[in-house]
Design a protein around this ligand. Structure first.
Ligand code: NIG
Ligand code: FE
Length: 406
């Protein structure tokens, strides 16, 4: 049995919708976890000593704010190689599309990543996942998508599984993303392979299937074919939709009941209404929106249409090389029109919803004890203190971690 009690919490931001106004703050609170699960999240004054497990580690945080661990529901952290040169080119006005058309972009990362061993891939992913934990992320979704060829895609998913097994990293949810860059050979043969051998092998390694629906990437018909093939292997769909142009991915997400539709900068009101009706979570990726310089992330538009919203990093070597969820909260407020409370909920409970997880993202008895103890007494500082990642320590399934930012 392992148990932890956190005393002296000035503001416990539960992100629990049952507690009224977001982010569901309880003042002068305590948090108790036993064997990784929250057994008490409430006022210190009503904490009964009998609620404190014998032998528990008891810590005093002297008025600090505590929030749920971040659930980063969209990342591509398993990659090799370096695209810093593209970053520099873009600063001189060369566009993401132009770089892709000249053989760079996702294709450049595929060339560097596909030959990697599972060890190489896991080591590269580990560095990024470690930085994520230091920024307060306790669950991270990890996509394949830089392998392209079957075995290389499976090595990416095996590396994600390796990350999941490291106890000092965020929990990992794997997503098979076979439709990312287009193949050099015949497209139909690639689609046939992905929809037979690919989904069969991925079903043993991943929870979700994903596709990049975009001009220059994959069509609505190809994405739909993948989702149909994946459904018989119980891989639920997610989709990169309406990122660089309006391509129809959002309506497909609504039609197939995807767990989430991600990006959505070019989505229309009709798209948002369809996503809302179908219960598809809208994932905004404000770092990628900022870097690409197109329309803003549609946070407020999603909420106004009645959608659940998640905010995620999209951590990848092209459009957003950032592991920081606090920075994404800042950007969701500055660019996406969310209030600080809405952005915090989107980064925690919203992220969990975008991964179909009902056991986390909220600080409530009975749920996983993934929490962040902040360096400040005011939870608003998470986004307000731009680029600072004001994380003191992290509770990862009830274990206290003080991650090094070095
Ligand atoms: O989510 N949209 C496609 N995929 C990534 C970019 C990947 C890359 O540039 O390497 C994204 O933005
Ligand atoms: Fe992405």
């Amino acid at each position: 049995m392992s148990a932890v009690v956190v005393h002296g919490i000035g503001a416990l931001c539960t992100c629990d919708p049952l507690l009224g106004d977001a982010p569901g703050v309880i003042r002068d609170a305590a948090l108790v976890a036993r064997d990784g699960v929250i057994v008490y999240a409430g006022p210190e004054a009503t904490l009964d000593r009998s609620d404190v497990p014998r032998g528990a580690l008891e810590i005093q945080v002297r008025g600090a704010a505590v929030i749920p661990g971040f659930v980063d529901a969209h990342t591509h952290i398993v990659w090799l190689g370096d695209r810093g040169d593209e970053y520099a080119q873009r600063a001189f006005g060369v566009t993401y599309d132009e770089i892709a058309a000249s053989g760079g972009g996702i294709r450049a990362t595929v060339r560097a990543t596909a030959p990697g061993t599972v060890d190489d891939l896991a080591a590269a992913g580990r560095e990024r996942a470690r930085r994520m934990l230091a920024s307060g992320t306790t669950t991270v979704e990890v996509k394949s998508g830089y392998g392209l060829e079957h075995e290389a895609e499976m090595r990416e998913l095996d590396a994600a599984e390796r990350l999941r097994q490291w106890p000092d990293l965020p929990d990992v949810v794997a997503t098979y993303l076979p439709l990312h860059v287009t193949p050099d050979g015949p497209r139909d043969a690639y689609m046939d392979d992905v929809c037979t051998r690919g989904v069969t092998a991925a079903a043993k390694r991943a929870t979700f299937v994903d596709a990049y629906c975009e001009t220059g990437a994959y069509t609505v018909a190809e994405c739909e074919r993948l989702f149909t093939a994946a459904a018989s292997h119980k891989l639920r769909p997610k989709i990169h939709a309406e990122q660089l142009s309006h391509s129809g991915g959002a309506l497909l997400a609504a039609q197939v009941g995807a767990v989430s539709a991600d990006h959505l900068e070019h989505a229309t009101n009709t798209d948002f209404e369809a996503l809302s009706k179908a219960g598809v979570v809208g994932v905004i990726l404000p770092g990628a929106s900022l870097v690409l310089g197109g329309p803003p992330p549609p946070g407020r538009r999603l909420l106004e249409a009645g959608c659940r919203v998640a905010v995620a990093t999209d951590c990848n070597p092209g459009t957003c090389y950032s592991e920081s969820m606090p920075l994404m909260i800042s950007l969701a407020v500055a660019l996406g029109g969310l209030s600080p409370a809405q952005a915090l909920v989107a980064a925690t409970a919203g992220g969990a919803a975008a991964l179909g997880l009902t056991d986390r993202g909220i600080l409530r008895a009975g749920l996983r004890c993934d929490a962040v103890i902040l360096e400040t007494t005011n939870w608003v500082d998470v986004g307000y203190h731009l680029g600072a990642d004001i994380v003191d320590s992290v509770m990862l399934e009830g274990r206290l971690e003080v991650p090094s930012k070095a």
